[in-house]
Ligand binder design. Structure first.
Ligand code: ZN
Length: 488
């Protein structure tokens, strides 16, 4: 089985490509398999939280990775897993390497959950992770940082990291596969080998050398960078480039049909993107909005501050360090009409207010209402805030798919007081030292633009739980291997 995780792949773009016949490989997989345009991803719609759910099959309240950027009270520090591995210059390579390469997998991802790689290993199924951020598994691997990075870290990075049988992290993991990768890709290159060409070339080598494991997850990040810069409505040219990589992968098997005789191939995305407006007003400046509070700045110590802001593009976590200021902070946020939702923990549930209007709704687990994912809820207040409708006791989601489980999952990913905010469509949050994307694309929120992803399953007719969610993919993969459906 091969799972290709294509960053920022969106259903609309995929369908444009199919209509224009510009993505023959994806078209082939759809025509020979099954396709869903309405698979729902995890919130925050950021790679770190999404990948953690993909590998563990649970939401952040269970796997405990809150997002790409969040505050850890144990470490008294803001954790940043590198926005697309790119923040290196801002936070320093040591902190970033430490967070992404080690802490995410070995410390932050809860030991109470097991990853797909760990469970496959127990079944005796071999597996590989190619360039994915979350890769915890039963084997230990050596990290070998490229020379310049190594120099910058002062040679301090010594830990082994865990992964499945085969692990690559671009040029950073010390694997025997490396010498088979073309030299131009190997020598650092774009983002130390965290790119599509590198990932596909590793996968092709595994297939050609007869070393392809039973299960392979490969992460293709390039599409995300391109969609951020251009604009989600014009993402077709970017997806055409991704499709070329998938074509060359299918070519490895000879006729494309043979690829599906020998493999189950799954294509999934981690999140969508929302088009951001052109003018400066489309950036909601959180430093300015919250200037009356003592907000922790990058590099400062927590002591003496009132508030920590962790900006995840179209969502942010805001941590009031003193309980007394929480109502005042919420009032400030609710007064900003460009903020879509403001949510926080209350009793065992979640209180949500709408930015501008201040309309509110409260929900908690178990209750008289049931959603299409078989979760039961109690909901009190103005349902319109979350665009919920009911038919008898049945909940229907509108602009915010699977919003109850997803918002709950984010707020209960940590036990400390925290406020979640999301930006309205076309807007994103701005903070010092964070990338913004005026006239481009951005993601992070609960809105359907960021949340609906395509799912393609080819090479098996095994039933997929519908409507599909990214969080349910692990269970699907396990079912196939437990029932040996995937065995050749
Ligand atoms: Zn992105």
């Amino acid at each position: 089985m091969i799972v290709l995780l294509v960053d920022s792949l969106m259903p609309d773009t995929l369908e444009d490509c199919i209509r224009h016949r510009t993505a023959p490989a994806l078209q082939f997989l759809i025509s020979r398999g099954r396709y869903w345009p309405n698979c729902v991803t995890v919130f925050p719609t950021m790679t770190a939280s999404v990948d953690s759910s993909l590998l563990t099959g649970v939401y952040p309240d269970v796997h405990r990775v809150p997002g790409l950027i969040w505050y850890s009270p144990e470490e008294e520090a803001i954790v940043n897993y590198i926005n697309g591995w790119k923040c290196v210059r801002k936070l320093g390579i040591t902190r970033c390497a430490q967070n992404v390469l080690y802490s995410l997998n070995e410390k932050h991802l809860s030991k109470q959950t097991t990853t797909l790689f760990e469970e496959l290993d127990k079944l005796g199924v071999s597996s590989a992770s190619i360039n994915a951020m979350v890769h915890r598994g039963s084997r230990k691997h050596k990290i070998r940082l490229p020379f310049l990075v190594h120099l910058a870290t002062g040679f301090r990075f010594r830990q082994d990291i865990s992964g499945p049988d085969i692990l690559t992290l671009g040029a950073m993991a010390d694997t025997k596969i490396e010498r088979h990768i073309p030299a131009r890709l190997r020598r650092g290159g774009q983002l130390y080998g965290i790119n599509d060409s590198y990932a596909v070339s590793v996968l092709k080598h595994l297939i050609q050398s007869g070393e392809q494991p039973d299960f392979t997850l490969a992460y293709l990040p390039d599409n995300d960078h391109r969609v951020h810069k251009s604009n989600p409505a014009h993402a077709e040219s970017s997806l055409i480039q991704v499709d070329k990589h998938i074509q060359s992968l299918l070519d490895t098997f000879g006729p494309w049909d043979r690829a599906l005789e020998q493999n189950i191939i799954i294509i999934i995305s981690d999140h969508g993107q929302t088009r951001i407006g052109r003018g400066k007003q489309f950036n909601i400046d959180l430093d300015r909005l919250l200037h009356s509070f003592r907000v922790l700045q990058l590099g400062e110590h927590v002591a003496g501050h009132e508030l920590i802001v962790c900006n995840n593009e179209r969502m942010a976590y805001i941590y009031p360090l003193k309980p007394a200021i929480e109502p005042e902070v919420i009032e400030k946020l609710v007064g900003e009409a460009r903020i879509d939702l403001i949510a926080w923990k209350e009793a065992d549930g979640v209180r949500v207010k709408e930015g501008g209007s201040g309309r509110e709704v409260y929900f908690a687990r178990s209750g008289p209402y049931m959603d299409m994912y078989q979760s039961a809820w109690d909901i009190i207040g103005e349902w319109e805030v979350l665009d919920l409708r009911t038919e008898g006791s049945r909940i229907h989601y509108g602009d915010y798919p699977d919003v109850l489980s997803r918002l709950y999952g984010a707020l209960y990913s940590q036990d400390i007081p925290m406020i979640v905010i999301t930006a309205r469509p076309r807007y994103e949050f701005k903070s010092r030292h964070h990338p913004t994307h005026l006239n481009g694309g951005s993601h992070g929120s609960l809105h359907k633009y960021d949340s609906f992803i395509p799912l393609i399953v080819a090479g098996t007719q095994h039933p997929v739980k519908e409507p599909p969610r990214l969080v349910d993919l692990k269970h699907f993969v396990m079912e196939l291997f437990v029932h040996k459906v995937a065995a050749p």
